[in-house]
Design a binder for this molecule. Structure first.
Ligand code: ADP
Ligand code: MG
Length: 367
């Protein structure tokens, strides 16, 4: 089911009538989620991800804008009539019910033509449980399950009505690191198996990158960039997006362009053909540095962290906006730890320039 958001806006009135300002939680969000895809809604806390999801679910009404499922305008429909499955961060299972009863619950309230016989309901519940691999736990209570198992029950409960759209709001946040990894692979598998159009909300860029067909990056209620995970990583359109994606984080410097050369401090670090003279932010991915005894970019060497296949060289530079610079270098390249400095050549396609004022990308010709 294709989901279309048209100029979706949500404004919350101020809580404090006298002094408070209203909050524009989601600002003019227009986007089409293709049928059968998994879209990751990514951004820092408070950027409007949940509000967007709740508007799609019908739990919150947009201040303005429209929502379509396929060709159907669902903007005025109640959540029950939209055919959605919703999973929250905190599982929200009924503690006094067994797993089976929890999964059956959404089916028992169906009315009219949707009503099902007891056997039909049991079959459906078992199918959903099998899909998330908890069919051997049907008679347990939620308190007798691990966090990961509880979240699977919540997902089964969301799937049991065979929703047109599956909405997941930070579903892995309460799980420990290993379970998070495992459960996110599970979610991906289930999504592919069922082909249900899915919207996955997270503040964790790595999670979004690994699971999504398409990522939507948000900041303060405004969409910043939409694209495939790799595309956004390789071609961030503004400084915020560049900084939000990638671990270790991208290295940011103040710099300037003079005569089509990029300067960081006094070092002319790169040719940037086609850029006029101006002050810029320079962002360099950790993998964008090559060790080079004669390299033009000179940094103060602090430390080398062993990571196995690679090493992370930690260095400093006065123009760096991050406390330290991290470069990722293949472990075969030896770093001379007796030296006070480390010299780099930069890989042009891993270097991004941004306007100092607008923080928008400035492109240069890469030879
Ligand atoms: P996210 O899920 O990305 O963390 P939210 O969608 O929950 O962000 O919130 C977006 C903004 O809207 C925040 O500034 C938040 O404080 C505000 N907000 C969310 N819900 C309400 C509400 N019911 N009343 C007033 N402000 C709200
Ligand atoms: Mg949220």
């Amino acid at each position: 089911m294709k989901v279309e958001l048209q100029n979706l806006t949500k404004i919350f009135p101020s809580r404090n009538k006298k002094s408070g300002e209203e909050v524009v939680a989601v600002n003019n969000f227009t986007f089409t989620i293709p049928d059968g895809k998994l879209v990751g809604l990514l951004g820092p806390s408070g950027c409007g991800k949940s509000t967007t999801l709740y508007m799609i679910s019908g739990l919150q009404k947009p201040t303005s804008g429209k929502i379509f499922f396929g060709d159907e305008d669902v903007t005025e429909l109640t959540p029950e009539n939209r055919g959605i499955g919703l999973v929250f961060q905190n599982y929200a299972l009924y503690p006094h019910m067994t797993v089976k009863q929890n999964i059956l619950f959404p089916l028992q309230n169906l009315k009219g033509k949707d009503r099902m016989t007891k056997d039909e309901m049991l079959n459906r519940a078992l199918e959903a449980a099998k899909l998330v691999q908890i069919d051997d736990l049907m008679d347990r209570k939620p308190s007798e399950l691990s966090g990961g198992q509880q979240q699977r029950v919540a997902i089964a409960r969301a799937l049991v009505k065979m929703p047109r759209v599956l909405l997941l709001d930070e579903p892995l946040s309460n799980l420990d690191a290993r379970l998070r990894l495992q459960t996110r692979e599970e979610i991906r598998r289930i999504q592919k198996e069922t082909g249900i159009t899915t919207i996955f909300v997270t503040h964790d860029q790595e999670e979004a990158m690994s699971i999504s067909d398409v990522i939507v990056v948000m900041k303060l209620g405004v969409v910043q960039q939409v694209g495939k995970p790799q595309e956004i990583y390789d071609d961030p359109h503004n400084l915020f997006v560049a900084k939000f994606l990638g671990t270790p984080p991208i290295n940011v410097f103040t710099g300037r362009v003079e005569n089509e050369k990029l300067y960081i401090g006094n070092d002319a670090v790169l040719d940037v053909k086609g850029v006029e003279d101006k002050d810029v932010y320079v962002s360099i991915r950790p993998e964008g540095f090559s060790l080079d005894e004669k390299g033009p970019f000179i940094c103060e060497l602090s430390n080398v962290e062993i990571m196995g296949r690679d090493v992370s060289v930690v260095s400093k530079n006065e123009a760096s906006l991050n406390p330290v610079i991290r470069s990722i270098i293949n472990a075969d390249n030896k770093v001379d730890m007796t030296s006070a400095t480390v010299r780099y050549t930069l890989k042009p396609h891993k270097v991004f320039l941004f306007d100092k004022k607008t923080e928008e990308r400035i492109y240069f010709e890469v030879k």
